[in-house]
Design a protein around this ligand. Structure first.
Ligand SMILES: Nc1nc2c(ncn2[C@@H]2O[C@H](COP(=O)(O)OP(=O)(O)OP(=O)(O)O)[C@@H](O)[C@H]2O)c(=O)[nH]1
Length: 301
């Protein structure tokens, strides 16, 4: 089989990446139909169910793009083209290429008269190693970026998301907000009720924080009893409102009120020319002021 692998950069090959040819992310329902169709067409003993399980697994973490050509191939529609491409942006990242819009693009020639099954076998042969990598990558990434106690993003996850937002804010002048949250007197709970109860408190705080946020906002456990939130908000007023909502949830949680848990919160909005340190330092100093002023308070930078 004559495979070629093309490193494909849509910023350079504008003509090639014409909308008609470009892969578009497949919505989950369509993807399920796609996988089911494949499953009903192929001999699983030959091609391996693992491949398709992996395919569906990675769709949770990668936007799987399949070009029109590939759709034509898989769905057996008529096409004059002899080339087929499937694009997996995640694979682009795995192979050490910079992030989007670069991605790896595979093409291979369709042999005239080859059966659907033979073509699926080609796809399988082509993608199984990549998908294995993708699944492994997703697993390691979860380990590296999630806090195992609370399920929130951890410090690495925060750094990733934070640097992305800073870059976006610098490029598009789009502000966002940062809240730094620290439990008050948490050590006393550990000391009097034990670490396991302390863990339950941390888990509940994480859950209250998550539930107080909107869909586009993200929460992280920064370490110990310290949490951070990145919020899609443009003004200090919005940030304050988010902090009030969050503190109210913590105040009214059954478990947390039993332990008299309160939090101190510092908040800062992105300002022009901020870098990662400048914004974080402002929020952190505000938190310090809230602590120094007697705790259980929100302080804006
Ligand atoms: N249960 C539990 N405790 C933790 C964990 N990580 C850190 N801690 C504890 O969190 C406590 C944090 O103590 P401090 O930094 O003194 O904070 P604090 O008691 O809340 O004091 P203030 O911040 O000044 O109000 C320490 O006792 C740590 O041992 C964890 O994963 N589980």
């Amino acid at each position: 089989m004559d495979f070629t692998t093309t490193i494909y950069d849509s910023t350079v090959h504008d003509n090639y990446y014409a909308p008609a040819d470009a892969g578009s992310p497949i919505p989950a329902t369509q993807l399920n139909a796609f996988i089911n169709q494949l499953l009903s067409t192929i001999d699983l003993d030959t091609l391996g169910a693992v491949y398709f399980r992996q395919l569906s697994q990675i769709t949770g973490v990668a936007s799987l793009c399949i070009t029109d050509y590939a759709r034509q191939l898989v769905f057996g529609e008529h096409t004059h083209s002899r080339s087929v491409g499937i694009e997996l942006p995640l694979v682009g990242r795995l192979s050490g290429l910079p992030d989007q819009p670069k991605s790896v693009y595979y093409t291979f020639n369709k042999e005239p008269g080859s059966s659907v099954r033979a073509r699926l076998a080609q796809l399988h042969q082509l993608f199984t190693p990549q998908l294995r990598h993708a699944v492994e990558y997703a697993r390691l990434r979860t380990l590296a970026t999630k806090d195992s106690l609370t399920g929130l993003g951890n410090r690495n996850g925060f750094n990733d998301a934070y640097s992305r937002l800073i870059c976006r804010a610098q490029r598009h002048m789009q502000s966002f907000g940062l809240l730094v949250i620290d439990l008050d007197n948490f050590k006393a709970i550990n000391d009097s009720r034990g670490h396991r109860e302390g863990d339950s408190v941390l888990i509940d705080v994480a859950s209250q924080i998550s539930q107080s946020l909107r869909g586009e906002d993200e929460a992280f456990r920064f370490g110990g009893d310290e949490f951070c939130c990145l919020l899609d908000c443009q003004s200090g007023e919005h940030l304050k409102a988010a902090a009030i909502r969050l503190r109210e949830r913590i105040r009214t949680s059954a478990l947390l009120s039993r332990h008299n848990v309160t939090v101190s919160v510092g908040g800062a909005n992105y300002r022009d020319n901020d870098d990662m340190n400048a914004l974080f330092d402002r929020a952190d100093k505000a938190l310090y002021k809230a602590k120094a002023g007697g705790k259980n308070a929100y302080q804006a930078a």
